[in-house]
Design a protein around this ligand. Structure first.
Ligand code: DGJ
Length: 519
């Protein structure tokens, strides 16, 4: 039964939104381990996904299994994914493990691996083949195009319910082992001028790859070949069934020497190749970073690079544990992430309990799911200055965060708060579990999702005095606020206090009321 238009990504306000059945959708996802996308491992994943409070499963579709014999397609895995998702009430992002998986060709069918003459591999500078298909060879592209087309045509035929909401084309494309192909054809192309359409779009001067890109020539040459190859697949797929498309990225950030083809696959949409990829792959909607950068400064800077007027932030893979839980607040609160998903959430041994490392993220997802309609609504309003949604996150030696909203300063502190010279200082929590998402829904109204945090408000425009008009604890039910109790007295005298399990609070304030301390 068709519910509405196929899922799509649209620009809204200053950002993007994903529409599923014509309604804005916040993808709270999780990805299975590489070899858990079928059989018993898949059946136990649904329960764990529910315990994580996620709404979307990211699951690979393996070319090797989809087309074990050339031209013969086996949709058993796809159908099992769709049936499981529907019966458990989840959406799905399919990950096409095709020509590339982590900068290698590991998931191509055996009939391709064993016929390197027909399906040429990349050659290193000494002329030896490496474990990556060449992006310059039509036979490779045609084979991938046939398989992906069959997959997408099948979706068109069996998924009028829009269970699948996005399609990831390839997995971390590019080449490990070599910065670019050194085959005869590649050498010839490399010595020719950079295609005119590319230099024009990038507003560069014409010349050969070395002249135009200098030290990055090999990588830019590889990126153009991979981007145009993937774009061909994205265009073909969309013509059959118009799903939003994404390409995930093995990042170069924080990778020791950060050399293409060594520490990360050469030719993928790494931060230094984003403009080129955007120019060469217009049919790919999202260039999506797999963020395994463990420090918060690095994590935020990756979010910053991939949040652009031509690219919404989707984090299709990241780590779990308390850092992953904290950093999800940055992605959703400060960078308008359309989707966020930790990698490898399911137990390898088929047990059904959620792994302990995901418990904090599960609490977040429960809160994000409640806030989603309000959060997405706020994103839709073009900003006239200050962001209406902001995150405050505890980090090592960072236990006080001052946020600035229209008319209000919001002070978020983590751990025990004491007075000392220069104000109120917070000790930080033992396990760095403090985090808060602050939403300004009216000139004097806020909702806060907080964990291990205290939150205080102070007017930034009047005589700086302010008072709570009303504070409520409660929950959202399909976007409607349902207060469970008013909070006053000891519960708000020192501001909004949030414990380890987290809560959502609504605060209505009055500014310039005179007298007393700010709330
Ligand atoms: C990133 C890849 O995209 C995943 O498929 C998986 O291999 C993880 N790395 C493992 O950390």
């Amino acid at each position: 039964m068709t519910q509405g238009s196929p899922p799509r990504l649209v620009r809204c306000g200053d950002t993007f939104e994903l529409l599923v059945d014509d309604e804005p959708f916040l993808m709270l996802g999780a990805q299975v381990h590489n070899s858990s996308g079928s059989g018993a491992m898949l059946s136990t994943a649904w329960d764990q996904l529910r315990q994580l409070n996620a709404n979307t499963l990211e699951v690979p579709i393996y070319w090797s299994e989809l087309e074990p014999t050339e031209g013969h397609f086996d949709f058993e895995q796809v159908d099992a994914v769709l049936a499981g998702a529907r019966s458990h009430g989840f959406r799905v992002v399919l990950l096409w493990f095709g020509t590339w998986k982590n900068g290698t060709m590991d998931y191509v069918p055996a009939w391709i691996k064993s016929d390197p003459k027909r399906f040429p591999r990349m050659l290193d500078s000494a002329g030896s083949p490496v474990r990556v298909l060449s992006p310059h060879e039509d036979a490779n592209l045609e084979a991938d195009r046939n398989a992906l087309s069959a997959l997408v045509a099948h979706l068109r035929d069996v998924d009028s319910e829009h269970t699948v909401i996005m399609l990831q084309i390839q997995n971390e494309p590019g080449s490990l082992f070599v910065a670019r192909d050194h085959s005869e054809k590649a050498e010839r192309l490399f010595s020719e001028p950079v295609p005119e359409s590319l230099v024009e779009k990038l507003e560069l001067s014409a010349g050969t790859w070395s002249e135009v890109f200098g030290r990055e020539a090999d990588e830019a040459f590889a990126a153009y070949a991979v981007a145009t190859y993937v774009d061909d697949l994205a265009r073909t797929a969309r013509a059959i069934w118009p799903l939003p498309t994404l390409v995930n990225v093995w990042l170069k950030e924080r990778k020791s020497w950060a050399r293409p083809g060594e520490q990360y696959p050469s030719g993928g949409p790494t931060s230094n190749m984003l403009d080129l990829w955007k120019a060469a792959a217009p049919n790919v909607d999202v260039l999506a970073p797999d963020i395994y950068v463990r420090d918060w400064v690095g994590f935020r800077s990756v979010c910053e690079s991939y949040t652009r007027p031509d690219n919404p932030l989707v984090v299709p893979e990241t780590f779990s544990g308390i850092e992953g839980a904290r950093y999800s607040f940055y992605a959703l609160g400060d960078y308008d992430a359309v989707g966020y998903a930790p990698f490898g959430f399911n137990r390898r041994d088929g047990e059904t309990d959620l792994l302990e490392q995901h418990t904090e993220l599960a609490k977040n997802f429960a809160g994000f799911a409640q806030l989603a309609p309000t959060l997405l609504e706020l994103r839709r309003i073009p900003s006239e200055g200050k962001r209406r949604v902001q995150a405050a996150v505890e980090e090592d030696l960072l236990s006080t965060v001052l946020l600035s909203f229209e008319g209000w300063d919001v002070l978020v502190q983590f751990g025990r708060v004491t007075q000392s010279y220069g104000g109120e200082f917070a000790s930080g929590t033992r396990e760095r579990t403090g985090r808060a998402l602050v939403l300004q829904t009216g000139s004097n109204e806020f909702y806060v999702l907080g964990f291990d945090a205290s939150v205080n408000f102070r007017s930034s425009t009047r005589d700086e005095t302010s008072q709570f008009l009303r504070v409520e604890e409660g929950s959202f039910d399909n976007g409607a606020w349902r207060p469970s109790r008013p909070l006053n007295g000891d519960q708000v005298f020192f501001g909004l206090r949030f414990g380890r399990d987290g809560a959502i609070r609504r605060a209505e304030l009055i500014a310039g009321a005179g007298g007393g301390k700010h709330p």
